[in-house]
Design a protein around this ligand. Structure first.
Ligand code: PSV
Ligand code: MN
Ligand code: MN
Length: 424
């Protein structure tokens, strides 16, 4: 299904007076608002193909119904989100969960919905039917070269498919590690992984990037071979200029200072991409901004400061992607909430008085530094984000319109109540 333009227009008209009042106030308060709006219009967030179904845990899975049954239906779902918010103009695919023989057809469909293909994701954390070797004890790190070869070949195949889609990056996330002390020789595991990544790196086309994603723990609980940003950066530095670190917000040990991590990675020119989500305990994959919106704001504050210092374009300088999916929400509503939270945090960070902050830092005026940051964080940026969305042809209130139009009910009617999307 698609949402008709007249439906968006009618919704927007109904909310116009209220929006105008709130936007006029925000514009009067924030003289740089036009500059911010043009940045917001450019800023697009990649939607992961695996977030369109109700995520499962190892305890069960509760499908919400109407889930996409094919890659085409996943693209259509992202098209719906993008129609509503005009900020979700990319899709990140996961192979082999996303399969097609008709690359041109899928590309045409994506193009029709205004979507481009963000980073491709390989999967060597599950065994696939008919596969010769098991990844039970790792993939790129494996003690057996034949297993490593199989995992390398899979990653090269993902690059091949990515080229066919028109993507330009590969994200490698490895479940590799160990569950018990003594199980693994850390140094050998690192070296095997490096050698394997070198082969994958050598297969990258000219303009491609390789994102090395790290994660502190799970599914291995004693050691993870790419366990933190230090390890990821080691790999990226050894691999070369096309290799970067990818930061997934849920992949840190509790209380890690993620804003400091991104600041230093940016300084080193090695921050490549982002997986937005939120968490209370670990890799919870909760809706972005649902737990720690201040942290999200502080991360954006560092990103903007670092990108501006280096003259990096906000919209195109990094791979901005969501990686969230869970049990209880309608996945499309959840993604609308995540994108909104990201846009709000980005806007609030754009509102920070950077010059005043630099002066206050220079004067060691800690109180003033906090005042400056929190003044921006406590600004109600909703009307600014809404104005940017309206100017791009989106809906004033995407979630409200999604519900008014009964999109989920229509998807269930078209696809059935028991469909299950591929993914975790
Ligand atoms: C692993 O937890 C991860 O965050 C990686 O990005 C995977 O590609 C994604 O989840 C989906 O499994
Ligand atoms: Mn991730
Ligand atoms: Mn994760």
């Amino acid at each position: 299904m698609e949402i008709e333009k007249y439906q968006i227009d009618a919704h927007n008209q109904e909310l116009e007076t209220e929006h105008q009042r709130r936007f006029d106030f925000a514009a009067a308060e924030n003289p740089q608002v036009e500059n911010i709006i043009s940045k917001l219009i450019q800023f697009q967030i990649g939607i992961p193909s695996w977030a369109l179904g109700t995520g499962g845990t190892r305890f069960g899975r509760f499908s919400g119904g109407g889930e996409p049954r094919s890659l085409e239906e996943k693209i259509e779902d992202i098209g719906l989100i993008h129609q509503l918010n005009q900020s979700s103009g990319a899709v990140s695919l996961h192979i082999p969960w996303d399969k097609t023989e008709d690359y041109e057809g899928v590309k045409r469909l994506a193009n029709h919905h205004g979507l481009r293909f963000d980073a491709m994701n390989s999967n060597t954390f599950q065994d696939q039917p008919g596969q010769a070797h098991s990844y039970k004890f790792g993939s790129l790190q494996h003690v057996n070269k034949a297993v490593r070869k199989q995992a390398i070949a899979h990653n090269i195949e993902v690059i091949r498919q990515g080229v066919a889609f028109g993507s330009d990056a590969l994200t490698v996330w490895l479940a590799d590690g160990s569950c018990f002390p003594g199980q693994l020789n850390f140094r050998k595991a690192f070296q095997n992984t490096l050698e394997s990544l070198e082969e994958i790196y050598a297969a990258l086309p000219e303009k491609w990037k390789l994102f090395v994603e790290y994660k502190a723990f799970e599914p291995n609980f004693y050691s993870t071979t790419v366990g933190d940003w230090g390890q990821s950066l080691l790999f990226a530095n050894k691999l070369g200029p096309k290799a970067y670190t990818l930061v997934d917000l849920g992949h840190h040990l509790p209380n890690a200072n993620i804003e400091q991590i991104v600041s230093l990675l940016l300084m080193e020119g090695k921050l490549g991409g982002f997986h937005f989500n939120d968490s209370k305990y670990g890799d919870d994959d909760l809706t972005a901004g649902s737990m720690k919106p201040y942290q999200l704001f502080l991360i954006f504050n560092e990103l903007i400061e670092g990108m501006d210092a280096k003259g990096i374009d906000h919209a195109t300088g990094l791979g901005w992607m969501i990686d969230a999916s869970h049990n209880v929400k309608d996945p499309l509503e959840d993604l609308l909430q995540s994108v909104e939270a990201i846009m709000l945090a980005y806007t609030q960070a754009l509102l920070v008085d950077k010059e005043a902050l630099a002066v206050a830092q220079q004067e060691n005026d800690t109180v003033k530094c906090q005042e400056i940051l929190q003044y921006a964080f406590r600004t109600d940026a909703r009307a600014i984000v809404q104005e940017a969305r309206l100017r791009s042809g989106g809906a004033a209130k995407p979630l409200a319109l999604y519900r008014t139009l009964k999109v989920r009910e229509k998807l269930i009617a078209a696809r059935g109540a028991k469909t299950i999307a591929t993914g975790l």
